[in-house]
Design a protein around this ligand. Structure first.
Ligand code: SF4
Length: 258
């Protein structure tokens, strides 16, 4: 597709979990976002997630009382959750899930160290940055918590891995990258990596594993190398992803001429 190499540009980049997973989703989306630098248009699912993050963050920053969270959610939903709506029943399900989570909201079982903590770190010399939704402490140990819209499930204790276990492993890679940041700042790895799945109310506390950490680091390095070598940036056209998730679809010649 392109005759020139973007490698010099790519070599100067600071990486993040979303910057590498964007390439896994669709190399052309990565090209539009990070080479052409198009701004992303708001989309329903991503703005819903960002809105819930904002409310939870507001509580931990002391800007919102627990009893104000539902009101804030309902008052601001139309303004904050933008982009084409999926069918009405889906929108209603998302509203219900938000209300139900916030009505039964329980603070995380840790002492707060920081919220929306900006981290700059390196992985084998590769610069990364990110935001840890919540960093907690209990009995001298650190805990990373990530707020997730996705309905993850706790790992099955025994037997063959299920599709949900594999999904959890994949999502944990983000938190293992943040574990590298925690190690660099605090001198030790976190005790556990947690997902607060706010649509289902499920809280998952996954003990830190050095093997999973090593796998995640090598996955991230491998993807950064692949992106540096990439020349084609092929599209991955798939209706739901292109229409509801991709924030640069307006700029995509493949999607707009399909
Ligand atoms: S619209 Fe689809 S094919 Fe085009 S960049 Fe976005 S995800 Fe890729």
């Amino acid at each position: 597709m392109h005759d020139i190499s973007y490698r010099p540009l790519i070599e100067d980049m600071t990486w993040s979990y979303s910057r590498i997973t964007c390439f896994e989703d669709c190399p052309y989306k990565w090209f539009l976002k990070y080479i052409k630098e198009y701004n992303e248009a708001p989309r329903f699912y991503s703005t819903y997630g960002a809105f819930m993050h904002k409310i939870i963050e507001g509580f931990y920053r002391g800007e919102l009382k627990q009893e104000e969270m539902v009101t804030k959610f309902l008052f601001d939903f139309q303004k904050e959750v933008r982009g084409d709506r999926p069918q009405e029943s889906t929108v209603n399900k998302y509203i219900q899930a938000g209300v139900s989570y916030l009505q039964q909201f329980k603070p995380f079982p840790y002492n707060m160290v920081d919220v929306e903590k900006k981290v700059d770190f390196t992985i084998d010399g590769i610069p990364f940055k990110g935001f840890i939704d919540y960093l907690g402490e209990k009995d001298g140990e650190l805990y990373i918590v990530d707020n997730k819209s996705r309905n993850l499930q706790p790992r099955r204790k025994s037997g063959k891995k299920t599709a949900k276990d594999i999904e959890l492993d994949n999502m944990l890679r983000q938190l293992y990258l943040y574990a590298a940041a925690v190690k660099q700042e605090y001198g030790k790895f976190p005790k556990a990596l947690c997902f607060n799945c706010f649509r289902s109310g499920v809280f998952i506390e996954e003990p830190f594993s050095l093997d999973a950490y090593t796998e995640s680091v090598s996955w991230a390095k491998g993807l950064v190398e692949s992106i540096m070598d990439e020349e084609d940036f092929s599209p991955n056209i798939e209706y739901f992803g292109c229409y509801y998730i991709c924030g640069v679809s307006e700029e995509c010649c493949y999607w707009n001429t399909r």
